[in-house]
Design a protein around this ligand. Structure first.
Ligand code: SOE
Length: 382
């Protein structure tokens, strides 16, 4: 029996539950080079984390994440806690020789993200791996879209159009949860959901966002406190919109909002090229819309690719063609790719450096919105 990969997870709310589901499932779906063990989960309240461990399938729980780093029976730290603790946990975990999976956005600032990249680079020499959890890369239709773009099916890329829309805070009485506080979350819609579309568009095109012109808006500036009477200030953006250049010649638009009434989790990316167009819409996540401009003029039009074939990315291990998969599968695929990379001694993607590149875009968007000016995005490699 090969050496197991023993996971210690920090946090157990929405993302923690999604990651737990993946760690529980991945062994049973894929034939992994290292079996995964759900060793220990940590959270701030001992009683609550113990109950979560039971519910989510962890062998043990603790109310102190630092104890995870000291244990010989934990190989990987999975960070599902809010952004304000990502840098500290990841840097200490890497220094303790633990592999790290860190939820997005990588950090709350470029400075923190840079330190995390430096820690990952230093740890790589001793075989320690770090990855950021941009799970939507692992939707099979998105992975197929990337393959088709890379194979030149769209020709020269001209336009990228991306939006990620939610509506969970349209009610002004919705409380001031941590995602609405800058000191915890770093930013609002921009970092939480805008980060996903920045990552996806860079992933799909192989190009980086080089400059932006942005505006942000906070529609409701004060909200009821969640745990005590009274109101508190919302210190993040509710919506962020920006125009951008990708590489030299591609023009792009991005919209991230938590105020798009009726849009629950509407993530859409469209790419127009000289030879055709591809569209991914998360509400139809098992499909791609493809306009193939190379077909005879009389036969053109958008066609639907049903992405459920065993030949499509990730799908051979799942159900027969036509049997759809869902959101949770993206996390299983993410766990699979990470375990494969660790076992192969390879760097998983997206790396911390890829995630720093996203952070640099978020930072440029904030600065552009503040100064009402076109802003250049630094390269992570500079
Ligand atoms: C909340 O807005 C959230 O859970 C994000 O944090 C996730 O990354 C996204 O997948 C769904 O929405």
């Amino acid at each position: 029996m090969s050496q197991p990969l023993r996971v210690g997870m920090v946090g157990y709310a929405f993302m923690g539950a999604a990651h737990s589901q993946a760690w529980r499932t991945v062994n049973h779906v894929y034939d992994l080079p290292m079996p995964v063990r759900m060793q220990v989960v940590s959270g701030r309240s001992a009683a609550a984390v113990a109950a979560a461990a039971d519910r989510l399938g962890w062998s043990e729980s603790t109310d102190d994440w630092r104890t995870l780093l000291a244990r010989d029976d934990v190989d990987l730290i999975d960070i599902c806690a809010p952004g304000d603790v990502h840098a500290e946990i990841a840097i200490e975990a890497l220094a303790a020789g633990k592999h790290v999976l860190c939820e997005k956005p990588l950090a709350n600032s470029v400075a923190e993200a840079r330190k995390m990249v430096a820690a990952a680079d230093a740890a790589r020499d001793s075989g320690v791996r770090a990855m950021c959890g941009f799970n939507y890369r692992r939707v099979p239709a998105v992975a197929l879209m990337r393959q088709m773009v890379a194979a030149g099916r769209l020709g020269t890329i001209r336009h990228v159009r991306a939006c990620y829309l939610q509506d969970w805070i349209v009610d002004p009485q919705f409380p001031l949860v941590w995602r609405l506080r800058r000191e915890v979350a770093g930013s609002g819609a921009l970092g939480d959901i805008g980060a996903h579309i920045v990552d996806l568009t860079q992933f799909l095109t192989g190009l980086r966002v080089t400059s932006v012109s942005a505006l942000t808006q906070t529609f409701v500036r004060s909200r009821p406190l969640p745990d005590s009477p009274g109101q508190g200030d919302v210190t993040v953006d509710d919506a962020a919109l920006f125009l951008a250049r990708l590489g030299d010649g591609v023009v792009a638009s991005y919209e991230a909002s938590r105020f798009a009434t009726g849009r629950k989790n509407a993530l859409r990316v469209e790419i127009n090229g000289s030879l055709g167009t591809l569209v991914f819409d998360f509400e139809r996540m098992n499909e791609l819309a493809f306009y193939d401009g190379s077909r005879p003029a009389g036969e053109q039009g958008f066609s639907r690719i049903l992405v459920t074939e065993p030949s499509h990315p990730y799908l051979a291990a799942w159900w027969p063609p036509g049997h759809l998969i869902g959101y949770e599968h993206t996390f299983v695929h993410q766990a699979h790719d990470l375990v494969q990379a660790i076992a192969a001694g390879a760097d998983p993607a997206p790396s911390f450096a890829d995630a720093l590149q996203v952070q640099l875009v978020l930072d440029a968007v904030s600065r552009s919105a503040e100064t009402s000016s076109w802003t250049t995005v630094e390269s992570a490699e500079e």
